[in-house]
Ligand binder design. Structure first.
Ligand SMILES: Cc1cc2nc3c(=O)[nH]c(=O)nc-3n(C[C@H](O)[C@H](O)[C@H](O)COP(=O)(O)O)c2cc1C
Length: 318
C-alpha cells in the first residue's frame, strides 16, 4: 500500500491506542509484521504548551519506521502549529488526525468524534495541515448514524487534501458496543480515490480475510485484539499469504512476548509509565494459569522476579 509517496510494506496496520501503543509495544507489533504503527493520540494544545510527557508520546526509533503520529484538537491554527513542531522533532512519515475518539475527556472540548458534527471544521483542519506540512496527512473517523452524512465527511476529508482515511465502523454513541458496520467502509472505499483503511472488530485470521474481501479496502487496522497479543500480526500475515493457520504454542508465545515487552519497557526507561498489572492482564488473557501469573507479577519486586515467575509458569504450562 502507498500513502502519498510513502511506501507501506503491507496493509495491516496497528491502531493508535492511548495507554497501549507505546514505543515498545509498537516495536513488537512491527517485529511480527504490522505494516504501519501509530503513536497514542497527542493533544495539539499540550504540544504547544510544551508538555514534555505528551510530546514524548511521539518518541520512536529507526526500527519502527514508517511511523504515524496521531494528534487531536479542535483549532485549525493550533493543530497546524503543533503538527509543525511534531514534524520538526520526530519527522514521522505520517501525521494522522483523530476524529473518532468518543471519550468525554475529548468530546467535551469539541475534539475527537465531537468534530464529526462539524464537517466544515474537519475540512478546515485537514486543509490547514495538508497545506502547511510536508508530511502526508491522514484522518481517522467513526461512522455517523446516516450513510449520506458519513459519505459527506469522507469526501470533505479527501477534498481537503488527506492522503488516506481510516474508518471505524461504529458511531460515537456506540462507543465500543455492538458490532462494527463495515458496509459504510465499503461504500466510502467505492467513492474515494485515496486509500481507505477498515477498522473495527478485526480479531483474528478469519475476520481479517472477511473484512478485506467484503470492503475491498486498501488495508485493515487492528486495535483491541492486538492488546497483549502482538503476535496476532504474524498469524494474520501467515494466513492471508498461505490460507493456513500458523502452528504455534499460544501460552509459550504470550509469555515470551510479555517478557520481551517488559524488557523493552525497561530498555527505554518507560516501566514507570505503565500499569504493569494491567499490561500483564492483557498478555495473559484467556490463559489457563493467567490469574496465577498475574498474582505472581503483582507480588514481584523487580523485573528479575517477574521474569523468573514467567519462566516458572512457562515450565508448568508445558
Ligand atoms: C484502550 C484504547 C485506546 C484507544 N485510543 C485511541 C487513540 O488514541 N486514537 C484513536 O484514534 N483511537 C483510539 N482507540 C480506538 C482504536 O484505535 C480503534 O479504532 C477501536 O478500538 C476499534 O478497533 P478494534 O475493534 O480493532 O479495537 C482506542 C481504543 C482503545 C480500546
Amino acid at each position: 500500500m502507498k500513502i502519498a509517496n510513502i511506501k507501506i510494506p503491507g496493509n495491516i496496520l496497528l491502531a493508535p491506542m492511548s495507554n497501549v501503543t507505546n514505543l515498545p509495544f509498537r516495536l513488537m507489533c512491527k517485529k511480527y509484521g504490522a505494516s504501519l504503527t501509530y503513536s497514542e493520540m497527542i493533544s495539539s494544545d499540550a504540544v504547544i504548551y510544551e508538555n514534555e510527557k505528551t510530546i514524548n508520546r511521539g518518541m520512536s526509533c529507526e526500527e519502527e519506521r514508517p511511523l504515524g503520529i496521531q494528534i487531536f484538537g479542535n483549532s485549525p491554527e493550533i493543530m497546524v502549529k503543533a503538527a509543525l513542531k511534531i514534524e520538526e522533532i520526530y519527522q514521522p512519515e505520517i501525521i494522522d488526525v483523530n476524529f473518532g475518539c468518543p471519550a468525554r475527556l475529548l468530546t467535551k472540548d469539541g475534539c475527537g468524534s465531537a468534530l464529526l458534527r462539524s464537517p466544515e471544521l474537519i475540512h478546515e483542519i485537514i486543509k490547514g495541515l495538508s497545506d502547511n506540512l510536508s508530511t502526508p496527512v491522514t484522518a481517522k473517523i467513526r461512522i455517523l448514524e446516516d450513510m449520506q452524512k458519513t459519505l459527506k465527511v469522507a469526501h470533505l476529508i479527501e477534498e481537503a487534501g488527506a492522503d488516506a482515511l481510516t474508518v471505524h465502523g461504529r458511531t460515537r454513541q456506540q462507543q465500543y458496543s455492538g458490532k462494527a458496520d463495515h458496509s459504510y467502509v465499503k461504500k466510502i472505499k467505492q467513492e474515494l480515490c485515496i486509500p481507505v483503511i477498515a477498522n473495527g472488530d478485526i480479531v483474528d485470521e478469519k475476520s481479517a480475510r472477511e473484512v478485506l474481501d467484503y470492503t475491498e479496502c486498501d488495508g485493515i487496522m487492528i486495535g483491541r485484539a492486538a492488546m497483549g497479543n502482538p503476535f496476532l500480526f504474524k498469524r494474520i500475515f501467515h494466513f492471508l499469504g498461505t490460507g493456513e493457520m500458523l502452528d504455534y504454542k499460544p501460552c509459550n508465545q504470550r509469555i515470551a512476548d510479555l517478557k520481551e515487552y517488559f524488557g523493552l519497557m525497561e530498555e527505554y526507561n518507560l516501566m514507570h509509565t505503565i500499569n504493569v498489572k494491567a499490561q500483564a492482564q492483557w498478555f495473559t488473557r484467556g490463559m489457563r494459569n493467567g490469574r496465577h501469573i498475574r498474582r505472581n507479577i503483582a507480588a514481584s519486586k523487580s523485573l528479575k522476579y517477574i521474569f523468573e515467575s514467567l519462566d516458572e509458569m512457562c515450565r508448568r504450562a508445558y
